[in-house]
Design a binder for this molecule. Structure first.
Ligand SMILES: Nc1nc2c(c(=O)[nH]1)N[C@H]1C(S)=C(S)[C@@H](COP(=O)(O)O)O[C@H]1N2
Ligand SMILES: [Mo]
Length: 198
């Protein structure tokens, strides 16, 4: 798809663009339904399921180590954006605050507005995954998931839950919103895991 909004990567970038993907101009917004309105003062993140229950406020998150991240972003609708720069909290630093039951092997991510998406615990608890509150040096805009979203760079971006407000630890895989609606349980872009594997 060539044209105004998407372009083919040149040879120097082609190796970073997964099969079937094109580079986006700008940073498109992809949301199912309305954009929830949540401010920092009212935002919280609940840990539930197979873990000691815990709720993080905005201040709790700001007290955790803060880091810079640069990551490529691949939407299953075929656009990719390279070198997105974010700031936030490493998922492994958040995990270090939790007491997770050894029986947990999956997570369901919950969002303001009701969106959900599922990951294996191994795909979730990777050091390159992070909870982002800053995008290109500015507070994360509401349409991109502000005040806080997850970013999981190694999977299609529907796993990168915007307006995140819950992490539920599970023993077994349960399908999230898109995973119930025809999309793949894992969603690895280099393997083009786009559609249902069940
Ligand atoms: N809560 C929530 N998170 C979501 C979505 C959504 O609709 N609701 N869309 C997903 C999809 S399909 C993509 S491609 C990315 C888009 O992120 P962006 O709008 O910041 O580009 O968010 C993901 N996270
Ligand atoms: Mo997407």
């Amino acid at each position: 798809m060539a044209g105004k909004f998407f372009h083919k990567p040149g040879p120097e970038l082609a190796h970073r663009v997964p099969p079937g993907q094109h580079l986006a101009q700008g940073f498109p917004v992809l949301t199912y339904g309305d954009t929830p309105v949540v401010d920092q003062a009212n935002w919280s993140l609940a840990v539930t399921g197979l873990a000691q229950p815990k709720t993080f406020t905005w201040a709790d998150m700001m007290a955790l180590p803060q880091a810079d991240f640069t990551a490529d972003f691949h939407c299953v609708t075929t656009w990719s954006k390279l070198d997105v720069t974010w700031q936030g909290i490493c998922v492994t630093d958040l995990m270090a605050q939790l007491k997770v039951d050894p029986a947990a092997a999956h997570v369901m991510l919950h969002c303001y507005g009701g969106y959900t998406t599922n990951l294996t615990l191994a795909d979730f608890a990777r050091p390159e995954n992070f909870l982002a509150h800053t995008l290109f040096g500015e507070p994360l805009p509401a349409e991109h998931g502000g005040p806080m979203r997850l970013v999981v760079p190694h999977l299609y971006a529907w796993k990168s839950a915007k307006w995140i407000n819950g992490i539920e630890f599970l023993a077994n895989s349960v399908a999230g919103f898109w995973e119930r609606n025809g999309y793949h349980q894992r969603g690895e872009p280099w393997a083009e895991e786009r559609y249902s594997d069940r």
